[in-house]
Design a protein around this ligand. Sequence first.
Ligand code: NAD
Length: 356
Amino acid sequence: MDNIEKFYKNKNVFITGHTGFKGSWLVSVLLMFGANITGYSLNDSKRKNYNRFLNYKKVNNIYGDILDLEKLKKSIRKNKPSIIFHLAAQPLVAESYKNPLKTIQTNLIGTTNLMEIVRTQKQKGLKSLVIITSDKCYLNREIKRGYKENDILGGDDPYSASKAAAEMAFNSFRKSFFLKNKRIGLATARAGNVIGGGDWSKDRLIPDCIRTIIKKENLVIRSPSATRPWQHVLEPIYGYLILGKKLYKKPTIYSGSWNFGPKSNQTKNVKTVAEIVMKIVDKKRKIKIVFKKGDFKESTLLKLNSNKANKKLRWKTEWTMNNSIRQAALWYDCYLNKKDTKKMTQSQINNYFNKK
Ligand SMILES: NC(=O)c1ccc[n+]([C@@H]2O[C@H](COP(=O)([O-])OP(=O)(O)OC[C@H]3O[C@@H](n4cnc5c(N)ncnc54)[C@H](O)[C@@H]3O)[C@@H](O)[C@H]2O)c1
Protein backbone atom coordinates (compact mmCIF):
# COMPACT_ATOMS: atom_id res chain seq x y z
CA MET A 1 0.00 0.00 0.00
CA ASP A 2 2.46 2.57 -1.29
CA ASN A 3 4.47 2.52 1.92
CA ILE A 4 2.65 5.57 3.21
CA GLU A 5 2.88 4.47 6.83
CA LYS A 6 6.67 4.78 6.79
CA PHE A 7 6.47 8.12 5.01
CA TYR A 8 4.14 9.78 7.54
CA LYS A 9 5.98 8.53 10.64
CA ASN A 10 7.23 11.58 12.61
CA LYS A 11 6.12 14.02 9.88
CA ASN A 12 4.50 17.26 11.03
CA VAL A 13 1.03 17.33 9.55
CA PHE A 14 -1.45 20.22 9.81
CA ILE A 15 -5.13 19.35 9.30
CA THR A 16 -7.93 21.90 9.06
CA GLY A 17 -11.37 20.51 9.89
CA HIS A 18 -9.75 17.75 11.95
CA THR A 19 -12.76 17.36 14.25
CA GLY A 20 -15.24 16.65 11.45
CA PHE A 21 -16.25 13.35 9.90
CA LYS A 22 -13.43 12.94 7.40
CA GLY A 23 -11.01 14.78 9.67
CA SER A 24 -11.58 12.28 12.51
CA TRP A 25 -10.66 9.37 10.24
CA LEU A 26 -7.66 11.18 8.79
CA VAL A 27 -6.42 11.98 12.31
CA SER A 28 -6.98 8.38 13.41
CA VAL A 29 -5.05 6.93 10.46
CA LEU A 30 -2.20 9.41 10.82
CA LEU A 31 -1.93 8.80 14.57
CA MET A 32 -1.60 5.11 13.84
CA PHE A 33 1.13 5.93 11.30
CA GLY A 34 3.02 7.93 13.96
CA ALA A 35 2.62 11.45 12.51
CA ASN A 36 2.75 14.60 14.67
CA ILE A 37 -0.60 16.25 14.13
CA THR A 38 -1.79 19.79 14.60
CA GLY A 39 -5.51 20.26 13.98
CA TYR A 40 -7.30 23.55 13.32
CA SER A 41 -11.11 23.60 13.55
CA LEU A 42 -14.02 25.50 15.00
CA ASN A 43 -14.77 24.76 18.62
CA ASP A 44 -18.16 23.37 17.62
CA SER A 45 -20.41 20.47 18.39
CA LYS A 46 -18.59 18.34 15.83
CA ARG A 47 -16.15 17.65 18.64
CA LYS A 48 -18.46 14.88 19.73
CA ASN A 49 -16.26 12.60 17.65
CA TYR A 50 -13.45 13.25 20.11
CA ASN A 51 -14.14 10.36 22.42
CA ARG A 52 -15.28 8.03 19.66
CA PHE A 53 -12.10 8.10 17.59
CA LEU A 54 -8.43 7.67 18.40
CA ASN A 55 -6.63 9.57 21.10
CA TYR A 56 -7.13 13.26 20.45
CA LYS A 57 -4.91 14.02 23.43
CA LYS A 58 -2.03 13.20 21.12
CA VAL A 59 -3.16 15.94 18.74
CA ASN A 60 -2.19 19.57 19.10
CA ASN A 61 -5.73 20.99 18.92
CA ILE A 62 -6.22 24.59 17.90
CA TYR A 63 -9.67 26.12 17.84
CA GLY A 64 -10.01 28.92 15.35
CA ASP A 65 -11.91 30.09 12.32
CA ILE A 66 -10.48 29.37 8.88
CA LEU A 67 -11.54 32.93 8.05
CA ASP A 68 -9.21 34.30 10.76
CA LEU A 69 -6.20 34.74 8.49
CA GLU A 70 -3.83 35.95 11.23
CA LYS A 71 -4.58 33.10 13.62
CA LEU A 72 -4.31 30.52 10.86
CA LYS A 73 -1.03 32.03 9.70
CA LYS A 74 0.44 32.02 13.22
CA SER A 75 -0.71 28.43 13.84
CA ILE A 76 0.96 27.21 10.66
CA ARG A 77 4.14 29.20 11.29
CA LYS A 78 4.42 27.91 14.84
CA ASN A 79 3.83 24.25 14.06
CA LYS A 80 6.02 24.05 10.94
CA PRO A 81 4.08 21.39 9.04
CA SER A 82 5.61 19.68 6.04
CA ILE A 83 2.16 18.62 4.81
CA ILE A 84 -1.21 20.39 5.11
CA PHE A 85 -4.60 18.78 4.51
CA HIS A 86 -7.41 21.32 4.22
CA LEU A 87 -10.83 19.89 5.11
CA ALA A 88 -12.44 22.74 7.08
CA ALA A 89 -15.63 23.65 5.27
CA GLN A 90 -19.36 24.02 5.37
CA PRO A 91 -19.97 20.70 3.61
CA LEU A 92 -23.75 20.49 3.15
CA VAL A 93 -25.93 21.47 0.20
CA ALA A 94 -29.08 21.93 2.32
CA GLU A 95 -27.26 24.18 4.80
CA SER A 96 -25.93 26.22 1.88
CA TYR A 97 -29.49 27.13 0.90
CA LYS A 98 -30.04 28.44 4.44
CA ASN A 99 -26.70 30.20 4.77
CA PRO A 100 -25.33 30.86 1.29
CA LEU A 101 -23.03 33.72 2.27
CA LYS A 102 -21.40 31.83 5.15
CA THR A 103 -20.98 28.76 2.93
CA ILE A 104 -19.24 30.71 0.20
CA GLN A 105 -17.09 32.62 2.70
CA THR A 106 -15.97 29.48 4.54
CA ASN A 107 -15.37 27.37 1.47
CA LEU A 108 -13.95 29.93 -0.93
CA ILE A 109 -12.17 32.40 1.37
CA GLY A 110 -11.05 29.60 3.72
CA THR A 111 -9.27 27.90 0.82
CA THR A 112 -7.90 31.18 -0.49
CA ASN A 113 -6.57 32.06 2.98
CA LEU A 114 -4.50 28.89 2.98
CA MET A 115 -3.17 29.56 -0.51
CA GLU A 116 -2.29 33.10 0.54
CA ILE A 117 -0.42 31.85 3.61
CA VAL A 118 1.54 29.37 1.54
CA ARG A 119 2.25 32.09 -1.05
CA THR A 120 3.48 34.70 1.41
CA GLN A 121 5.00 32.69 4.20
CA LYS A 122 7.48 30.72 2.11
CA GLN A 123 8.03 28.31 4.96
CA LYS A 124 10.95 26.11 4.00
CA GLY A 125 9.80 22.77 5.36
CA LEU A 126 6.30 22.95 3.87
CA LYS A 127 6.23 20.69 0.86
CA SER A 128 2.71 19.65 0.21
CA LEU A 129 -0.80 21.10 0.40
CA VAL A 130 -3.88 18.96 -0.30
CA ILE A 131 -7.16 20.87 -0.55
CA ILE A 132 -10.32 18.82 -0.24
CA THR A 133 -13.13 20.09 -2.44
CA SER A 134 -15.93 17.90 -3.83
CA ASP A 135 -17.36 16.00 -6.79
CA LYS A 136 -20.03 18.70 -6.75
CA CYS A 137 -17.52 21.24 -8.14
CA TYR A 138 -18.41 20.04 -11.66
CA LEU A 139 -21.15 21.59 -13.72
CA ASN A 140 -23.74 18.84 -13.47
CA ARG A 141 -24.91 17.97 -16.94
CA GLU A 142 -26.49 14.66 -15.90
CA ILE A 143 -24.05 12.91 -18.23
CA LYS A 144 -23.59 9.16 -18.04
CA ARG A 145 -19.82 9.07 -18.22
CA GLY A 146 -17.97 10.10 -15.07
CA TYR A 147 -16.64 13.65 -14.73
CA LYS A 148 -12.97 14.09 -15.57
CA GLU A 149 -10.63 16.53 -13.85
CA ASN A 150 -10.66 18.90 -16.83
CA ASP A 151 -14.46 18.99 -17.19
CA ILE A 152 -16.27 22.31 -16.79
CA LEU A 153 -16.71 23.49 -13.22
CA GLY A 154 -20.04 24.84 -12.07
CA GLY A 155 -22.68 24.53 -9.41
CA ASP A 156 -26.35 25.46 -9.29
CA ASP A 157 -26.55 25.56 -5.49
CA PRO A 158 -24.37 27.69 -3.18
CA TYR A 159 -22.41 24.72 -1.81
CA SER A 160 -21.46 23.40 -5.25
CA ALA A 161 -20.66 26.92 -6.43
CA SER A 162 -18.46 27.49 -3.36
CA LYS A 163 -16.47 24.35 -4.18
CA ALA A 164 -16.17 25.26 -7.88
CA ALA A 165 -15.07 28.75 -6.81
CA ALA A 166 -12.49 27.29 -4.41
CA GLU A 167 -11.14 25.20 -7.29
CA MET A 168 -10.87 28.28 -9.51
CA ALA A 169 -9.14 30.31 -6.81
CA PHE A 170 -6.73 27.41 -6.25
CA ASN A 171 -6.00 27.20 -9.97
CA SER A 172 -5.40 30.94 -10.28
CA PHE A 173 -2.96 30.96 -7.33
CA ARG A 174 -1.12 27.95 -8.67
CA LYS A 175 -0.79 29.32 -12.19
CA SER A 176 0.03 32.86 -11.04
CA PHE A 177 2.43 32.25 -8.17
CA PHE A 178 3.65 28.68 -8.02
CA LEU A 179 4.56 27.49 -11.50
CA LYS A 180 8.22 28.30 -10.93
CA ASN A 181 8.17 27.07 -7.35
CA LYS A 182 9.46 23.53 -7.41
CA ARG A 183 9.59 23.19 -3.62
CA ILE A 184 5.92 22.72 -2.86
CA GLY A 185 3.26 20.51 -4.39
CA LEU A 186 -0.33 21.80 -4.44
CA ALA A 187 -3.42 19.80 -5.27
CA THR A 188 -7.17 19.68 -4.95
CA ALA A 189 -8.95 16.41 -4.26
CA ARG A 190 -12.52 15.79 -5.39
CA ALA A 191 -14.35 12.85 -3.86
CA GLY A 192 -17.88 11.61 -4.16
CA ASN A 193 -20.42 10.65 -1.53
CA VAL A 194 -18.43 9.41 1.37
CA ILE A 195 -19.84 7.13 4.03
CA GLY A 196 -18.52 5.74 7.29
CA GLY A 197 -18.91 5.90 11.03
CA GLY A 198 -18.78 9.20 12.88
CA ASP A 199 -20.70 11.28 10.34
CA TRP A 200 -23.41 13.18 12.19
CA SER A 201 -24.34 15.65 9.45
CA LYS A 202 -27.93 16.54 8.75
CA ASP A 203 -29.43 15.50 5.41
CA ARG A 204 -26.88 12.78 4.75
CA LEU A 205 -28.41 9.39 4.18
CA ILE A 206 -26.71 7.11 6.70
CA PRO A 207 -26.66 9.63 9.60
CA ASP A 208 -30.37 10.18 8.86
CA CYS A 209 -30.94 6.39 9.13
CA ILE A 210 -29.20 6.34 12.52
CA ARG A 211 -31.16 9.33 13.85
CA THR A 212 -34.45 7.58 13.07
CA ILE A 213 -33.40 4.73 15.31
CA ILE A 214 -32.39 7.05 18.14
CA LYS A 215 -35.62 9.07 17.81
CA LYS A 216 -37.77 6.03 16.97
CA GLU A 217 -39.22 7.82 13.93
CA ASN A 218 -40.02 6.79 10.36
CA LEU A 219 -37.10 7.03 7.94
CA VAL A 220 -38.03 9.56 5.25
CA ILE A 221 -36.08 9.09 2.02
CA ARG A 222 -35.87 11.77 -0.65
CA SER A 223 -34.90 10.82 -4.23
CA PRO A 224 -34.86 7.03 -3.65
CA SER A 225 -33.74 6.30 -7.20
CA ALA A 226 -30.88 8.82 -7.26
CA THR A 227 -27.57 6.99 -7.69
CA ARG A 228 -24.38 8.04 -5.97
CA PRO A 229 -20.76 6.88 -6.10
CA TRP A 230 -20.79 5.72 -2.46
CA GLN A 231 -17.41 4.95 -0.99
CA HIS A 232 -16.10 4.35 2.48
CA VAL A 233 -14.33 7.35 4.01
CA LEU A 234 -11.08 5.37 4.22
CA GLU A 235 -10.94 5.25 0.40
CA PRO A 236 -10.52 8.99 -0.25
CA ILE A 237 -8.45 9.31 2.95
CA TYR A 238 -6.03 6.77 1.46
CA GLY A 239 -6.07 8.80 -1.78
CA TYR A 240 -5.33 12.07 0.07
CA LEU A 241 -2.46 10.40 1.91
CA ILE A 242 -0.86 9.06 -1.29
CA LEU A 243 -1.31 12.48 -2.88
CA GLY A 244 0.25 14.23 0.14
CA LYS A 245 3.29 11.99 -0.17
CA LYS A 246 3.65 12.29 -3.96
CA LEU A 247 3.37 16.09 -3.81
CA TYR A 248 6.07 16.11 -1.17
CA LYS A 249 8.43 13.95 -3.26
CA LYS A 250 7.70 15.23 -6.78
CA PRO A 251 5.77 18.51 -6.54
CA THR A 252 5.80 19.48 -10.20
CA ILE A 253 4.57 16.12 -11.42
CA TYR A 254 1.68 15.68 -9.01
CA SER A 255 0.36 19.23 -8.55
CA GLY A 256 -3.15 19.73 -9.96
CA SER A 257 -6.61 18.27 -9.41
CA TRP A 258 -7.53 14.68 -8.66
CA ASN A 259 -10.77 12.73 -8.58
CA PHE A 260 -11.28 9.95 -6.06
CA GLY A 261 -14.33 7.83 -6.73
CA PRO A 262 -15.35 4.18 -7.06
CA LYS A 263 -15.11 2.30 -10.36
CA SER A 264 -17.58 3.60 -12.93
CA ASN A 265 -19.70 0.43 -12.82
CA GLN A 266 -20.19 0.87 -9.06
CA THR A 267 -23.17 3.01 -8.13
CA LYS A 268 -26.12 2.25 -5.93
CA ASN A 269 -29.32 4.11 -5.43
CA VAL A 270 -30.37 5.75 -2.20
CA LYS A 271 -33.12 3.21 -1.51
CA THR A 272 -30.75 0.22 -1.73
CA VAL A 273 -28.19 1.84 0.57
CA ALA A 274 -30.85 2.69 3.16
CA GLU A 275 -32.14 -0.88 3.07
CA ILE A 276 -28.67 -2.42 3.57
CA VAL A 277 -27.95 -0.08 6.50
CA MET A 278 -31.32 -0.59 8.20
CA LYS A 279 -30.96 -4.37 7.97
CA ILE A 280 -27.83 -4.09 10.12
CA VAL A 281 -28.79 -1.34 12.56
CA ASP A 282 -32.50 -2.07 12.88
CA LYS A 283 -32.48 -5.84 13.19
CA LYS A 284 -35.96 -6.00 14.67
CA ARG A 285 -37.32 -3.90 11.77
CA LYS A 286 -39.05 -1.36 14.00
CA ILE A 287 -38.46 1.60 11.66
CA LYS A 288 -40.69 2.18 8.64
CA ILE A 289 -39.10 3.57 5.45
CA VAL A 290 -41.16 6.31 3.74
CA PHE A 291 -40.33 7.84 0.34
CA LYS A 292 -40.94 11.56 -0.20
CA LYS A 293 -40.08 14.20 -2.78
CA GLY A 294 -37.32 16.57 -1.54
CA ASP A 295 -37.59 20.37 -1.17
CA PHE A 296 -34.45 21.09 -3.15
CA LYS A 297 -33.28 20.16 -6.60
CA GLU A 298 -30.94 17.19 -6.41
CA SER A 299 -28.92 15.71 -9.23
CA THR A 300 -30.04 12.24 -10.19
CA LEU A 301 -26.64 11.06 -11.39
CA LEU A 302 -23.22 12.06 -10.15
CA LYS A 303 -20.23 9.97 -11.08
CA LEU A 304 -16.49 10.60 -11.14
CA ASN A 305 -13.89 9.32 -13.55
CA SER A 306 -10.87 8.47 -11.39
CA ASN A 307 -8.61 7.08 -14.14
CA LYS A 308 -5.98 9.72 -13.40
CA ALA A 309 -5.66 8.67 -9.75
CA ASN A 310 -5.90 4.97 -10.71
CA LYS A 311 -3.00 5.28 -13.14
CA LYS A 312 -0.74 7.96 -11.73
CA LEU A 313 -1.22 7.45 -8.00
CA ARG A 314 -1.99 3.74 -8.24
CA TRP A 315 -5.03 4.48 -6.10
CA LYS A 316 -8.20 2.49 -6.39
CA THR A 317 -11.05 1.71 -4.05
CA GLU A 318 -10.09 -1.28 -1.92
CA TRP A 319 -13.52 -2.20 -0.58
CA THR A 320 -16.54 -3.13 -2.67
CA MET A 321 -19.50 -0.81 -2.38
CA ASN A 322 -21.43 -3.46 -0.45
CA ASN A 323 -18.61 -3.88 2.02
CA SER A 324 -18.23 -0.10 2.42
CA ILE A 325 -21.91 0.29 3.26
CA ARG A 326 -21.68 -2.66 5.63
CA GLN A 327 -18.61 -1.26 7.41
CA ALA A 328 -20.34 2.09 7.85
CA ALA A 329 -23.44 0.41 9.27
CA LEU A 330 -21.37 -1.80 11.58
CA TRP A 331 -19.68 1.27 13.09
CA TYR A 332 -23.06 2.85 13.91
CA ASP A 333 -24.39 -0.46 15.18
CA CYS A 334 -21.45 -0.51 17.59
CA TYR A 335 -22.30 3.07 18.63
CA LEU A 336 -26.02 2.32 19.07
CA ASN A 337 -25.20 -0.69 21.22
CA LYS A 338 -22.87 1.42 23.38
CA LYS A 339 -19.84 -0.64 22.44
CA ASP A 340 -16.32 0.73 21.97
CA THR A 341 -16.29 2.78 18.75
CA LYS A 342 -12.58 3.55 19.18
CA LYS A 343 -11.85 -0.16 18.87
CA MET A 344 -14.19 -0.42 15.90
CA THR A 345 -12.47 2.54 14.19
CA GLN A 346 -9.08 1.00 14.84
CA SER A 347 -10.10 -2.41 13.59
CA GLN A 348 -11.63 -0.96 10.40
CA ILE A 349 -8.42 1.00 9.75
CA ASN A 350 -6.29 -2.11 10.39
CA ASN A 351 -8.50 -4.14 8.15
CA TYR A 352 -8.39 -1.51 5.38
CA PHE A 353 -4.61 -1.10 5.50
CA ASN A 354 -4.07 -4.87 5.93
CA LYS A 355 -2.41 -4.45 9.29
CA LYS A 356 -2.33 -7.41 11.60
N1 NAD B 1 -18.58 13.84 3.64
C1 NAD B 1 -18.81 13.84 2.33
O1 NAD B 1 -19.59 13.03 1.81
C2 NAD B 1 -18.08 14.82 1.45
C3 NAD B 1 -18.23 14.71 0.05
C4 NAD B 1 -17.55 15.61 -0.75
C5 NAD B 1 -16.72 16.55 -0.19
N2 NAD B 1 -16.58 16.64 1.17
C6 NAD B 1 -15.67 17.67 1.70
O2 NAD B 1 -14.78 17.08 2.66
C7 NAD B 1 -14.45 18.05 3.66
C8 NAD B 1 -14.77 17.50 5.04
O3 NAD B 1 -16.14 17.21 5.12
P1 NAD B 1 -16.80 16.49 6.38
O4 NAD B 1 -17.87 15.64 5.85
O5 NAD B 1 -15.74 15.89 7.22
O6 NAD B 1 -17.44 17.75 7.13
P2 NAD B 1 -17.79 17.95 8.69
O7 NAD B 1 -18.89 18.95 8.76
O8 NAD B 1 -17.96 16.66 9.38
O9 NAD B 1 -16.47 18.65 9.26
C9 NAD B 1 -16.14 19.98 8.94
C10 NAD B 1 -14.93 20.39 9.75
O10 NAD B 1 -14.60 21.73 9.36
C11 NAD B 1 -14.54 22.56 10.51
N3 NAD B 1 -14.99 23.90 10.14
C12 NAD B 1 -16.18 24.25 9.58
N4 NAD B 1 -16.21 25.60 9.41
C13 NAD B 1 -15.02 26.07 9.85
C14 NAD B 1 -14.45 27.37 9.95
N5 NAD B 1 -15.11 28.46 9.55
N6 NAD B 1 -13.22 27.48 10.48
C15 NAD B 1 -12.53 26.38 10.93
N7 NAD B 1 -13.01 25.15 10.85
C16 NAD B 1 -14.25 24.99 10.33
C17 NAD B 1 -15.46 21.91 11.54
O11 NAD B 1 -15.09 22.34 12.85
C18 NAD B 1 -15.17 20.44 11.27
O12 NAD B 1 -13.97 20.09 11.92
C19 NAD B 1 -15.24 19.31 3.29
O13 NAD B 1 -14.43 20.14 2.49
C20 NAD B 1 -16.39 18.77 2.45
O14 NAD B 1 -16.93 19.74 1.60
C21 NAD B 1 -17.26 15.79 2.00
